[in-house]
Design a protein around this ligand. Structure first.
Ligand code: SAM
Length: 180
């Protein structure tokens, strides 16, 4: 079976076409940016850490791919992209092997989700990988779950995918599709 992250990629790949505008809201080490850049040239990637930009830029060069890397919070997404977003991905939490105090937080995550959903067109998809084992993670998880549970069902399909029998706090996927 696919892991939640691989499932996120599978569901995004199904709909992304070569000229689509897509967003990696949490660039980190760039694995999602590379995945998206293989599918379209119009990738906007956000992170608040310079280290994320450096690491992702190296991977893009190695792989001969393109993406616009933005050193800014995803809550400011509307300064860089204004419409026609086809897909987006969030990986919540902290950057592995890095400063664990720099984490995504509910107020900025929800601000970014609201803005990106408003820019998405019919048939677009947004993936949220929820990692919540760290300090502050369960508050963000609860806020994000409350937010997506209250999305209007005529406008959005919201699915959840994750392990049921793993110990500790296994990450899970929330996938949103815009219906109109
Ligand atoms: C779990 S990591 C992302 C992993 C990444 N997708 C990868 O492939 O390596 C979460 C990232 O979100 C970043 N982050 C935290 N707050 C942010 C914000 N407001 N806007 C954008 N990125 C943020 C962190 O710096 C961290 O790199």
């Amino acid at each position: 079976m696919l892991s939640p992250l691989n499932m996120a990629h599978y569901w995004l790949k199904e709909i992304i076409e070569p000229d689509d505008i897509v967003i990696d809201a949490t660039m980190g080490n760039g694995f999602d940016t590379i995945f998206l850049a293989q599918l379209t040239k119009k990738v906007y990637s956000f992170d608040v850490q310079e280290a994320a930009i450096v690491s992702t830029q190296e991977k893009l060069v190695e792989n001969k791919l393109e993406a616009q890397l933005i050193l800014d919070g995803h809550e400011n997404v509307d300064k860089y992209v204004d419409k026609n977003v086809k897909a987006a991905i969030f990986n919540l939490g902290y950057l592995p092997k890095s400063d664990k105090s720099i984490i995504t937080k509910a107020p900025t995550t929800l601000a970014a989700l609201r803005k990106i959903l408003a820019m998405m067109k019919k048939g677009s998809r947004l993936a949220i990988m929820v990692y919540y084992g760290h300090v502050g993670g369960s508050e963000e998880k609860t806020s994000v779950e409350n937010f997506v549970e209250n999305l209007e069902q005529k406008e959005y399909q919201v699915m959840k995918y994750g392990a049921m029998n793993q110990k500790n706090t296994p990450p899970f996927l929330i996938m949103i599709e815009k219906l109109k």
